[in-house]
Design a protein around this ligand. Sequence first.
Ligand code: NAP
Length: 244
Amino acid sequence: MSKTVLITGASRGIGAETARRFAREGYAVGVNYCSSQARAEELVRELEAMGVSAKAYGADVSDRAQVDRMVGDFLSDFGHMDVLVCNAGIARQELFTDVTEAQWRQMLGINLDGVFHCCQAALPDMIRRKSGRVITLSSMWGQVGASCEVAYSAAKAGVIGLTKALAKEVGPSGITVNCVAPGVIETEMNGLLDQETKDALAEETPLERMGTPADVAEAIWFLASQGGSFFTGQVLAPNGGFII
Ligand code: NAP
């Protein structure tokens, strides 16, 4: 029986690259998307061509009922869930004094409540089997805070707190919970940055480049792999030394 992984926000960027990384290891992959259905379905075809089972699941992670339906469908399609990667997220830059109540709720709803919803939906199956890996996505801004990204930083700091606490709670059930906190990664999330800003960010990074989705996928894979089996409650930070 194949090992299985459900990856939220896998229609593009870090999530899509993570899906490819797990497919290379023979995992059956659940590709969650919110609005990019065509891209998720294209990725599913790509993964199937690699010889693994894959299926796209549309669900807004901020919506409890949609997440419950997605996890239920995944479990009936694949039988069990070995790994959950809570990667779906949004970012926005604005002055703190301009953040509206609705923008704050949306940021926390997707980036933090989304992790809560997915973990709560997926854990009963893992606890029953006394086995599982959960990997959450924070950000270096969740570790140190970013100017003009207060809501994002708050949500991502929350993800770190959730990860550490949950790791202690479900460790005795044979489940590890770890967090990956990337630095600046070349994806559509940073698509609005001009070349000058990207160059400045690369210059500020000791390793003198922005990260790639593959850099992050490798860290996620490590935490799911046999080599990562004694890690739990940890924050692994592929950031080129930007934050140490
Ligand atoms: P991205 O390229 O913008 O992709 C975001 C993904 O999240 C897309 O697949 C999108 O799906 C999905 N998504 C957004 N809202 C969703 C929702 N409500 N429900 C379900 N899926 C949703 O972002 P990325 O750079 O790959 O980032 C992935 C994760 O890494 C995020 O959690 C992000 O905060 C974190 N991160 C990124 C960076 C960076 O520099 N890029 C740095 C640190 C941390 P649809 O297109 O289908 O809507």
